[in-house]
Design a protein around this ligand. Structure first.
Ligand SMILES: [Zn+2]
Length: 273
């Protein structure tokens, strides 16, 4: 599943090809994605002023509004020549002066919306919490938000109204690095633990984005799924294997229906003082 670093890598990868370009046409081959794709003809002839990201949404800002793209579970975007052969699951083309931005999504949990006005007012975006890499996501913020919350710290960190774009992989890794057990109640975290968790979340996401930038596949032309990469992970997917810090066997539990891996020795049960 594309997580925030993959989405950011995708945004940076497609931006040079479509920023400032005029959308000449679009072609919806499969309308039934997570929500029906309904694009107005009035967006034709408009140019893309900027390619931005909010959480896991890619935003194509235009003078008349904004295209909001989500990659869902299995979506990917690439730049193709306008005449490039269409593959299975290529559901949408947005064409700019001979080049097309093409959405492929086998499982069809992705989405594409056009929204008049600023994207922040769209119903998918208006309740989103701060960006994890922004200044607003701080020790003080996480400490304040977590007070009296009985939910586990892992579920709390994955709640997009608390902070956007921290999925299962990066929540698992950030908690491992911050040495906090995923089952600890959010409200029990000390201020210091909140600070550690914030800084580890930022560090891990930044490292993944940097890696995405260096391993970024070719966004132009055919072949392969672009922009996905595997980071060296310390906890996620390593259940039953030795902890890289202490050597104990990593454990796996299900928390809020999500697979969760942690080290019972390194990751403490309490929120520290
Ligand atoms: Zn350990």
């Amino acid at each position: 599943m594309p997580e925030l670093p993959e989405v950011e890598t995708t945004r940076a990868g497609i931006r040079p090809y479509i920023k400032g370009k005029t959308l000449t046409s679009f072609h919806v081959r499969q309308k039934l994605l997570r929500w029906p794709v309904e694009l107005p003809n009035t967006i034709k002839g408009k140019s893309v002023d900027e390619v931005e990201r909010r959480g896991k949404y890619i935003l194509l800002r235009m003078a008349s509004g904004c295209l909001i793209i989500h990659l869902g579970m299995s979506g990917s975007l690439r730049i193709v020549q306008g005449s490039a052969a269409v593959s299975q699951h290529d559901h949408l083309d947005l064409t700019f002066d001979g080049l097309s931005l093409r959405l492929n999504d086998p499982r069809r949990f992705g989405s594409v919306h056009f929204h008049k006005g600023i994207p922040e007012t769209h119903w998918l975006l208006h309740k989103l919490g701060p960006e994890p890499l922004g200044e607003e996501f701080s020790e003080d913020y996480l400490f304040r938000q977590s007070r009296r919350k009985r939910v586990s710290v892992k579920s709390f960190l994955m709640d997009s109204s608390v902070v956007v774009g921290v999925g299962n992989i990066y929540a698992t890794e950030a908690l491992f690095s911050a040495r906090i057990r995923p089952t600890v109640r959010a409200g029990n975290l000390s201020r210091k633990a909140c600070g550690n968790l914030v800084s580890e979340t930022k560090r891990i996401l930044q490292a993944a984005i940097k890696l995405g930038g260096t391993t970024l596949r070719d966004y132009v032309g055919a072949g392969g799924k672009p922009g996905y990469f595997t980071q060296s992970l310390n906890a996620y997917g390593r259940e039953g294997r030795p902890c890289r810090v202490c050597g104990d066997v990593l454990q796996r539990i299900i928390l809020s229906q999500r697979s969760t891996v942690f080290c019972g020795t390194c990751q403490v049960r309490f929120g520290w003082s």
